[in-house]
Design a protein around this ligand. Structure first.
Ligand SMILES: Nc1ncnc2c1ncn2[C@@H]1O[C@H](COP(=O)(O)OP(=O)(O)OP(=O)(O)O)[C@@H](O)[C@H]1O
Ligand SMILES: [Mg+2]
Length: 277
């Protein structure tokens, strides 16, 4: 019996044996050309309305890209396409050189290392900050969590690391429901980080935040770039200016302009359709 238990423990070491136990950072995406995401000639229509219209977009590995554009420009739809929630009518979408995202399901795409944060925070309010981070590892854990109640040292280390990154070390034992709006948003980003995504898609992260929270969010997203590729959709221009390297302006489902914040802000076409509002 003891021997069997020992054997079971061996099998349950996360770094061994079964595919579902392999930590997600082992997932490899081929970025040998420096590009982590390709969208080429992508179009999608809803009831005859072209929400995405021959969209071409390339995101470099490790970059922080801001996407701006008027309401209805197709920004969220673009994220839906990348994550497999919406299938385009035509075009191609690749994660790195070789993963054709159009041939994969939503869970497979998430598993491959694309994390998405929706606008509304979706944390487990009646659990502590730390428990939320633990729960977000559940994907690989559920099968055997019934055997082992505690988390391993590797996982604890990861949790500590993420708590540090999202600035919630002091709040680790606090119920998520009692966090401020901004803190909930950071926790949700932390929950995504637990899965070690290669690419993070963040839709309107600072809506409803105080200025101070916005500054912290800017720091957080900036600190994630490099290790991760980050795509941020946001309307708040002060915020975009504070984090932006390359800005892409979407309009009517296509790229209208791309460049530095100064370049796009001074582009007459951009001023006309968006910034001049
Ligand atoms: N599932 C859907 N079914 C029908 N129409 C949709 C669907 N998803 C998006 N649309 C339409 O596609 C267009 C683009 O919407 P999308 O949400 O992508 O815009 P957005 O750039 O994110 O705008 P916002 O800045 O307001 O969030 C809109 O006209 C929207 O009504
Ligand atoms: Mg949107």
């Amino acid at each position: 019996m003891i021997a069997q238990l020992d054997q079971l423990r061996q099998v349950m070491r996360r770094d061994q044996v079964f595919d579902f136990m392999i930590p997600r950072d082992e997932v490899r995406v081929d970025v040998s050309h420096g590009v982590i995401l390709y969208l080429e000639d992508v179009s999608v229509s809803f009831d005859g309305f072209k929400a995405i219209n021959n969209l071409n977009l390339y995101i470099n590995a490790g970059e922080l890209r801001c996407i701006i554009g008027p309401n209805g420009a197709g920004k969220t739809t673009m994220m839906d396409i990348i994550t497999g929630k919406t299938r385009p009518d035509s075009g191609s979408v690749y994660f790195g050189q070789s993963m054709d995202l159009l041939r994969h399901s939503e869970p497979e795409i998430a598993q491959a290392g694309i994390g998405r944060k929706f606008q509304k925070p979706t944390v487990f309010e009646s659990h502590t900050v730390m428990e939320n981070l633990e729960l977000s590892m559940a994907g690989a854990k559920t099968v055997w969590s019934t055997f082992i109640a505690t988390i391993g040292p590797q996982e604890q280390e990861r949790i500590d690391e993420v708590l540090e990154t999202i600035g919630l070390v002091e709040n680790r034992h606090q119920l998520a429901g009692s966090l401020s709006h901004g803190q909930k948003q950071w926790l949700e980003i932390g929950m995504l980080l637990m899965q070690k995504p290669k690419l993070l898609l963040v839709d309107e992260p600072v809506a409803g935040m105080t200025h101070q929270e916005m500054d912290r969010t800017a720091e957080l997203l900036t600190s994630l770039a490099g290790q991760h590729s980050v795509v941020v959709v946001e309307h708040d221009m002060d915020f975009v200016r504070s984090i932006a390297r390359t800005v892409t302006v979407l309009h009517q489902g296509s790229v209208l302009a791309e460049g530095t914040m100064d370049q796009v802000q001074n582009d007459p076409r951009v001023v006309e359709v968006y910034l001049g509002e």
